[in-house]
Ligand binder design. Structure first.
Ligand code: CMC
Length: 438
């Protein structure tokens, strides 16, 4: 009789070799292609990090980076079918549903991106997705498509036209001035072409774009998380890349995964004031609810991304408060220390880290604990947070897709993913007389 290793949640099952992202969960270490996340966040823009994840190297020159930036950045133009899909949703529908549907619809516009069944040298049939160069081109186009769809969804949610008149394509020389040319600034321009939410050339636009680019770097990849596993899972069946991406977006939507940033903000708003933190923590300990933004399957110490996110939160909240004071005729004097949600988050974190219930279970803040606070300060609605996560994570999904298809030599890893189950139901039952229809 066959015996299967029973591993629900794949807690101790590795299903591929990968050289994209390294995590040491006990020490709180995260590296992309061997480069520590702290160094990447401090020194590189999202465009270079995307190149690193997809191709294994930084862009070879400034002009190579410019070309790559142009190919991946969000554009204002979208395919009419995708625009029509987005417009068919009520403006208050969840944007992750819109992004999932828009991505799946794009698959119908790209039939040539389906794999072909060809006979290999050894005579066996296999699915082939073109050359390495073609796959690289497809990956870049997909990143741009998802960013562009996300921007169109943002416009739709805010009553703007899905079909923006203005081209979001920007000159890609690297700049940190008032109007930066980064992936994140291209996204902000595509999402708000008239500058009514983020006026271009303002100090605030520059600060928000810079912070958003760092957020995108922190979210770009995280080895075989639930959505990346979904991406590889579908790719193993030979599904086209956009269908794989739609599935990955669906997995990311869940509140235990990418939906956690939205859930954290909802939780902080529900708690309402720092004084109510104690009662909330007590209810978590009674296991009536979860402390969203805490805990991680791999990290058993502080998530390094959460540390960076906390620093970023202070900077962005300060800029948001300064901008508010400048706009308002009556300055509020608000600063980073008086933002109510940040105060609640900080009290909650301190309280949990002092409590053996959380430390014994090795529950520490994860990347999503502070990211929602930052996104909210930038004036993104709560429901849009997971979409921003998806825009960044599209790079990781596609890096894994490329790696999976590149590893031709490892045929075992090209097998269709098909776990076994341990059957615990009845056997050989007789159909009751009254259930018989024929
Ligand atoms: N609040 C309260 N208790 C928790 C939490 C939490 N957030 N997370 C885990 N626990 C408890 C859990 O109840 C269990 O306790 P016990 O041993 O008494 O049964 C213990 O800790 C182990 O938890 P687990 O569910 O076995 O851990 P897991 O590795 O399967 O789950 C997780 C990881 C991220 C799904 C979980 O920690 C969680 O639900 N966190 C909240 C949601 C969240 O913030 N998700 C974002 C993750 S990071 C970004 C991303 O992946 O996208």
């Amino acid at each position: 009789r066959e015996v299967w290793l029973y591993d629900p949640g794949y807690v101790s099952t590795a299903c591929c070799h990968s050289s994209i992202t390294f995590i040491d969960g006990d020490k709180g270490v995260l590296e992309y292609r061997g480069y520590p996340i702290e160094a990447l966040a401090a020194s590189c823009g999202f465009t270079s990090v995307a190149h690193l994840l997809l191709e294994g190297t930084f862009p070879a020159s400034v002009s190579a980076r410019s070309l790559f930036a142009q190919s991946i950045e969000p554009k204002a133009g979208i395919h009419p079918l995708v625009g029509d899909v987005i417009q068919s949703f009520p403006r208050d529908a969840h944007p992750m549903t819109m992004l999932m549907s828009a991505t799946a619809a794009m698959s119908a516009c790209r039939p040539e991106w389906n794999p072909a069944l060809v006979r290999g040298d050894g005579g066996s049939l296999r699915l082939v997705y073109g050359t390495r160069a073609l796959r690289s081109h497809i990956a870049q186009e997909c990143i741009s498509l998802i960013g562009s769809a996300a921007a169109a969804i943002f416009r739709h949610m805010h009553g703007m036209s899905v079909y923006s008149e203005r081209s979001a394509a920007v000159s890609v020389k690297h700049s940190t001035g008032a109007s930066p040319n980064s992936f994140a600034s291209a996204f902000l321009r595509a999402a708000d072409p008239q500058g009514s939410i983020w006026p271009e050339n303002s100090q605030q636009f520059a600060v928000f774009a810079e912070a958003l680019d760092v957020l995108f770097v922190l979210h770009a990849d995280h080895e075989l998380n639930c959505s990346t596993a979904a991406m590889r899972h579908l790719a193993s069946a030979g599904s086209d890349v956009l269908t794989c991406l739609a599935a990955a977006i669906g997995a990311l939507y869940g509140p235990l995964h990418g939906g956690a940033n939205e859930a954290v903000l909802n939780m902080l708003e529900d708690i309402g004031s720092p004084d109510a933190v104690e009662a909330y923590v007590a209810s978590v300990k009674r296991q009536e609810r979860k402390l969203m933004g805490f805990g991680h399957r791999v990290y058993r110490s502080y998530d390094p991304r959460a540390k960076l996110m906390r620093q970023l939160a202070r900077k962005v909240l300060q800029e948001a408060a300064d901008g508010h004071n400048q706009r308002s005729s009556e300055p509020t004097g608000a600063d980073t220390t008086t933002d109510p949600l940040l105060l609640i988050a900080q009290r909650l974190e301190k309280r949990a880290l002092e409590d053996s219930y959380f430390t014994e279970r090795k529950l520490y803040p994860n990347v999503d604990f502070y990211s929602g606070v930052v996104y909210r300060a930038m004036r993104f609605p709560n429901v849009f947070f997971p979409v921003l996560f998806a825009v960044a994570r599209s790079v990781g999904w596609l890096a894994h897709w490329m790696e999976m298809l590149d590893r031709d030599a490892l045929d075992a890893e090209r097998k269709i993913v098909r776990p076994r189950q341990v059957y615990v139901g009845h056997r050989q039952q007789r159909i009751p007389q009254d259930a018989m229809e024929k």
